[in-house]
Design a protein around this ligand. Sequence first.
Ligand SMILES: CC(=O)NCCS(=O)(=O)O
Length: 349
Amino acid sequence: MPSLRGKAQTVLGPVEPEHLGYTLTHEHLAMDYSCSFSPPSPGQEPLSDGPIEMKNLFWIKQNPYSHKENLLLYQETDAVKEELLRFKAAGGGTIVENTTTGIGRDMNTLKKLAEETGVHIIAGAGFYVDSTHSSQTQAMTVEQLTGIIVDEILKGADGTDIKCGVVGEIGCSWPLTQSEHRVLQATAQAQSQLGCPIIIHPGRHSDAPFQLIRILQEAGADVSKTVMSHLDRTICDTKKLLEFAELGCYLEYDLFGTEFLHYQFHPDTDMPSDNDRITRIRILVDEGYEDRILMAHDVHTKHRLMKYGGHGYSHILKNIVPKMLIRGISQDKIDKILLANPKRWLTFK
Ligand SMILES: CC(=O)NCCS(=O)(=O)O
């Protein structure tokens, strides 16, 4: 089998990293997030079952995980295709599709979207959070889990010959479960065998990213090829963020476009606004971490698509980049964040 060293691996095969272009490192194009359904507040049950309509859109935006149909992104392939074409027209080149086992990864659809739009799509290997692990997964050893992840990259995933090009998002809860711990160790082992990029979904606690990096390191992972996702909602304290940045992984702000009053998954956290995200990125740039920052939207529900009045996959390129420039983050730094850093991360070692 030819080595992947020096290449990035898309669903259409290996590519030269120079060809990736502007890259969103954490998105979903086809996914079923029903596993995260949050029952609505008493009295709001009828809102949960209806279709998405103008008159309930504000409620859905505030309660995205309580609306059943909103969680079925996989039903929107035509709308997603249209949006990928817009992303490309806005200068975009690559999307890393983070849907792993447990939330409806669909390799055939990803391949079709890549063929029909010309956008490079890189699929994720591995497993989402414990609540989606099958009883078979729960019973597997680290070696068995490693074998599955390695095969998804070298041979193909979900019974297809379409290959993944990153490991993740690897789902972790807070507190971390035993099954998630084994999957993390397998992720580290797969990475040390293949030199591949990995990406982690941390549990919702500011200590979680530190714990996860420690476990990965102890299991032999290369922290410099590791992305910690969702820092937006995970480490809100600047001192702690800078402490975490010292560990040397990529720091991902991937919830651009998500703005709401009440964060359903963790009401103690105030979800930052896009302006807050830009402020935090500016702090990291000023502290010298410009080579470690990544950005994305993590679109994973229908209401964030433009078809439903959402911001879509072009929001960063069209609206956030201009605002970053206004806030004193130079084009050179932005090109590091959206072009050079993803390229370095996605290149197999
Ligand atoms: C699909 C996924 O895991 N999205 C993350 C949502 S969260 O609110 O940042 O946990």
